[in-house]
Design a binder for this molecule. Sequence first.
Ligand SMILES: Cc1ncc(COP(=O)(O)O)c(C=O)c1O
Length: 332
Amino acid sequence: LVASPEIYNYLEEEISNLVGTEACVIFPTVTLISIGVLPAFVGKTGVLILDKSGHETMYEGAKIARDNGATLESFEKDDFSSLEEILKKHESNNRKVIMVDGVYSMTGDYANLPKLVKLAKKYKALIYIDDAHGFGVIGENPTNEFPLGKKGNGIVKYFGMEYDNIIYVGGCSKAYSSLAAFVACSKEMKTFIEAFATPYDLSGPCPIASLSTLLQGLNINKESGDNRRKKLFDLTSRAINGLRGLGYDVLNKTGFPIISVLIGDTEKLIKTANMLFDEGILVTVAPYPMVRKGEDVHRITITSANTEDEVDKLINAFSKVRVNKIDPLHQS
Ligand SMILES: Cc1ncc(COP(=O)(O)O)c(C=O)c1O
């Protein structure tokens, strides 16, 4: 006997309503979606076109597809002329999928969806968006008052676009702290994914406990999500301005709460991480090969549960690193 617990179907409906698609399929993780859905979409003859700055997990999925016979191409983020050349080269292939991040995990940049969608439509390609970070944080109708938008329903809604040629993948392990992820799609596509994305059948489903935390998170989102996101944006701006005020190179153009602070080499990265830790601040280090050589960063993620005092403590800790002999801004 095989059956889905009620909460599974309920959450699939809630998420579809939130992001504005006909249906969605819940998997345990975004990684499983990418290694299952991407090979299924392109089969043996299709073409996957990977944004080189996109998350590694899409590359993992793409490698499986390539093993099955599909073609794998890649382009630099925002290099639309290279992307168009690739699309042109494969114009006659009717199974083309462009893979991008919605919100980029190291910089907080947003995919340029208006341009991508225009190109993809011209060449009849699908866009697969890994919005592991965007879901729950950015959403529809951004304004000066609510710069991250409303509802946290993801990058497509943030740009006010439709899902015509988009497969939207959201993750719940970031904003919702839950082991769950979903592909938002049409009902027809849902049936296809359930039948052909093999990890869906072969691997275990999301544990009910994780689905329950997601359910609770969605309730909190309904009650207070927009105000939390407003606070989140303000705290992030405070942190970015404070760190820039100290002279740090902060890689953030959007105000999204991923703040990468450029340190440079790995030795300095480790030393400064330890100094910050001694000041009561735990940062995520991102050394080479997670980033390009010489571009090591401390990656800070602010949450809506943080306070202004905590952000000031963060800035103060970075100011102590700044005046130390291993000041990352001075070449040794
Ligand atoms: C952009 C992006 N995609 C996918 C993942 C993997 O997500 P999951 O843990 O749901 O497999 C991450 C995790 O860090 C990520 O940052």
